[in-house]
Design a protein around this ligand. Structure first.
Ligand SMILES: *Cc1c(COP(=O)(O)O)cnc(C)c1O
Length: 389
């Protein structure tokens, strides 16, 4: 089947909530993917920051294959060692060994879980950021600060206020003793890779402490080593009350988590929340193998270095206005070119990226990307921008 055939069938059988896809991908290895016509691409989007070790990574394939042939599902009436091991590992990664984990399948669900957890403080008001993306389900959409995504679905859950991102004074006006939680992305991914002032998270932590509000870090996109540390907030030297994860967590498989630290770890009681597939043996096996690989190969150091190199090199390209981000989550803001045009042209030149907003190209390649692949990306991007000007 060709791209064209698959997309034509897609149009008659799949709902149009995403708009029509441009190509169909059928194969992947490392950071190279192949479409249905046999054309190969350098995948610099990584399934939107999800295929953390690239495609068909041997460690993940081995762990998943072994587990699926042993036991593929366990209900929440019973425990499974993989979920326990992953929960312990995630707790250790947060620096709070007393942290406790709720497993789900996606970012929206992880944020829904955090939202419900915050109700257990006895309060219901929430402060979030304008432009923030926290997911599409009704609760997560209530947290999301993008009017275009919210407005068709009003009314949403009441009590959520959105303030400008990175503006601590706006937060100070909005957060009160009646605030149950503040939810924030360490870097706003979907909004166009927006980085807050360097002391923002530290100030936000102090504000939440003063008002008795939970600080929820939505690390769904920044997490799992993408920005050069595990969750994307560590540079600020803070400890959040809750961390939400998904995207890269399952090494390319659907896995989300809501990690509660400190006192928040005990807010949920039996019967408060649940998910049939939560803590699935196969997806947790994939996550454990991905984390182990990242640790043993010292990937975080490499990611940090590659990020600095990318930011430096991309900023020199004529037509590029600004380069933002950390590690391998980078937004390239264009001076006057349309980001969707550049993304299309990049695809024609064999590189997958996306337009995070009208003027910003986002890249989020797998953390295993090589220096040579990065150089290739930079030279193709340079050519595409020069041709478009
Ligand atoms: C992608 C994303 C989500 C939603 O995740 P889904 O798995 O699509 O539900 C939530 N928060 C952030 C920061 C994201 O980038």
């Amino acid at each position: 089947m060709t791209n064209k055939k698959i997309i034509n069938r897609w149009k008659t059988s799949v709902q149009n909530n995403y708009g029509t896809p441009s190509i169909a991908l059928v194969k992947g290895s490392g950071i190279v993917v192949t479409d249905a016509d046999g054309k190969k691409y350098l995948d610099f989007l990584g399934g939107i920051a999800t295929s953390i070790l690239g495609h068909a990574h041997p460690s993940v394939v081995k762990a998943v294959t072994k587990q699926i042939g042993t036991l593929s599902h366990v209900s929440n009436f019973y425990a499974h060692p993989n979920a326990v091991e992953l929960a312990e590992k995630l707790a250790t990664m947060t620096g709070d060994k007393g942290a406790k984990v709720f497993f789900c399948q996606s970012g929206a669900e992880a944020n829904e879980a955090a939202f419900k957890l915050s109700r257990r403080t006895g309060k219901y008001k929430v402060v979030a950021a304008q432009g923030a993306f926290h997911g599409r389900t009704m609760g997560a959409l209530s947290l999301t600060g993008q009017p275009s995504k919210r407005e068709p679905f009003l009314p949403l859950i009441k009590g959520v206020k959105h303030v400008p991102y990175g503006d601590i004074d706006a937060m100070r006006k909005a957060v009160t003793k009646r605030t149950a939680m503040v939810i924030i992305e360490p870097i706003m991914g979907e909004a166009g890779v927006i980085v807050p002032p360097s002391d923002y998270l530290l100030q936000l932590r102090a504000l939440c402490d003063a008002k008795g509000a939970l600080l929820v870090i939505d690390a769904v996109q920044t997490g799992m080593g993408r920005t050069g540390d595990w969750f994307g907030y560590e540079y600020a030297g803070i400890t959040p009350d809750v961390i939400t994860l998904a995207k890269g967590l399952g090494g390319g498989l659907p896995l989300g988590a809501m990690i509660a630290l400190g006192k928040a770890a005990d807010l949920f009681e039996p019967g408060d929340h649940g998910s049939t597939f939560g803590g699935n043996p196969v997806t947790t096996a994939a996550a454990l193998s991905a984390i182990k690989f990242i640790e043993t190969k010292k990937i975080l150091k490499k990611v940090e270095k590659q990020g600095l190199h990318l930011i430096q090199e991309l900023a020199l390209i004529p037509g590029v206005k600004e380069v933002r981000g950390a590690g391998l989550l980078i937004g390239i803001e264009l001076e006057s070119l349309k980001a969707t045009d550049i993304a299309t042209s990049m695809r024609d030149h064999g590189v997958l990226v996306n337009a995070a907003n009208a003027t910003t190209i986002r890249i989020a390649p797998a953390l295993v990307v090589s220096d040579a692949q990065i150089s290739k990306f930079i030279s193709i991007f340079k050519k595409v921008v020069a041709d478009a000007k």
